[in-house]
Design a protein around this ligand. Structure first.
Ligand SMILES: NC(=O)c1ccc[n+]([C@@H]2O[C@H](COP(=O)([O-])OP(=O)(O)OC[C@H]3O[C@@H](n4cnc5c(N)ncnc54)[C@H](OP(=O)(O)O)[C@@H]3O)[C@@H](O)[C@H]2O)c1
Length: 326
């Protein structure tokens, strides 16, 4: 097979001021070279995660500084164009996907360099859109359920926000872990939740309230951050865990406070993890996890995709096709 061509210059989306999509502009830069242990990937699809626009709005200035100079995006799927010294596992022409830290230079670019350890081969039966839709959300769900939540077979898991990007992965992964899942979502997503493997469904627009004093859950994953932690602990078994996904100061404080009371309250901050993503990819190959894609837009329409994501009712993931270019 002919070596893929490496462009001299690539497009990137970048913001140098906080605000949102309006502050993002197109910039052309020299194609980065992969360093030792890195690969250069031509991105073909990226996905929209709320953290992309939350960082751009300046919600995490403590971490991103007063003067941003950032390319958004954490998830990528694409083809390896070149390998740096010492790369052994992948080669030019391979299809790879993965997640990079939200605080590193992002994936909304024609080409990116990533450590080889984070570029995971895409299963043959998964297309680029499906691949781009999975990394950050499936890793968040995996780490919440199995690393911090430590669920065991037979556990009863409540997923609040089960139709969102994280939720659809959490429902499927919890089922793989042989847990029983109660999914909380709006009425139009009932079928989706049951089809993904939830055994119970609660419509939050009707009468969703945790039953006080009924300690029925071993883990509550509060993806949408609408639950009151003390009510959640009233619904958890004595050794049960509450996982919150919003690292806002009051949540971090309540998690610290709960820990002083020997309650397992963890505020998740997802980490890129190649081996965990490779395990998730095996489940995709085995048909146990399927991507849920709400829509695919050309990357030129990322601002529209962000606006839809900001509305908070996307079922599954919005994916951006990066092959359309600018
Ligand atoms: N800390 C971390 O490491 C980490 C990692 C990933 C995500 N997050 C955060 O976690 C949150 C969820 O992420 P995501 O990717 O899943 O977001 P998302 O895909 O945008 O979530 C949208 C979903 O939320 C559901 N929803 C909205 N209001 C709800 C409510 N009151 N009760 C139950 N479900 C509701 C919607 O379902 P309906 O249409 O049925 O209402 C929709 O399907 C975001 O704030 C994100 O920033 C944090």
């Amino acid at each position: 097979m002919a070596e893929p061509e490496i462009p001299e210059e690539i497009w990137t989306i970048r913001y140098r001021r906080y605000g949102g999509p309006d502050q993002c502009g197109l910039e052309y830069v020299k194609t980065p070279r992969p360093g030792r242990g890195e690969v250069l990937v031509a991105t073909e699809a990226v996905s929209v995660n709320p953290v992309d626009w939350r960082l751009a709005r300046g919600e995490f200035r403590v971490a991103t500084g007063l003067r941003p100079n950032r390319v958004p995006g954490c998830d990528f799927a694409g083809t390896v164009l070149a390998c740096g010294e010492g790369v052994k596992r992948v080669k030019a022409g391979d299809r790879v996907f993965g997640m990079i830290s939200a605080l590193s230079s992002g994936t909304y670019a024609q080409c990116i360099t990533v450590p080889e350890s984070l570029a995971i081969p895409i299963p043959d039966d998964l297309d680029m859109y499906g691949a781009a839709s999975l990394p950050l959300t499936s890793l968040t769900a995996f780490q919440s359920l199995f690393v911090h939540g430590r669920i065991a077979p037979g556990a009863h898991v409540l997923v609040n926000g089960a139709a969102g990007g994280v939720g659809v992965c959490a429902v499927q992964l919890a089922r793989i872990g042989r847990a029983r899942v109660t999914a909380v979502a709006g009425p139009k997503n009932r079928e989706l939740c049951l089809e993904l493997g939830a055994s119970n469904y609660i419509d939050y627009t009707e009468s969703f309230a945790l039953k006080r004093g009924v300690h029925e859950y071993d883990l509550i994953l509060d993806a949408v951050d609408t639950l009151n932690p003390s009510e959640a602990f009233d619904a958890l078994t004595p050794s049960g865990a509450l996982i919150s996904l919003n690292p806002r100061p009051s949540r971090l404080f309540s998690s610290l406070l709960n820990r002083t009371k020997r309650r397992r309250h963890h505020v998740e901050i997802v980490r890129p993890d190649g081996p965990q993503l490779a395990r998730i990819a095996e489940h995709v190959s085995g048909g146990r996890i399927r991507p849920v894609i709400a829509d695919v837009l050309p990357i030129t329409e990322f601002a529209e995709a962000w606006r839809r994501s900001m509305n908070g009712h996307v079922a599954g993931k919005l994916v951006l096709d990066a092959t359309t270019g600018f």
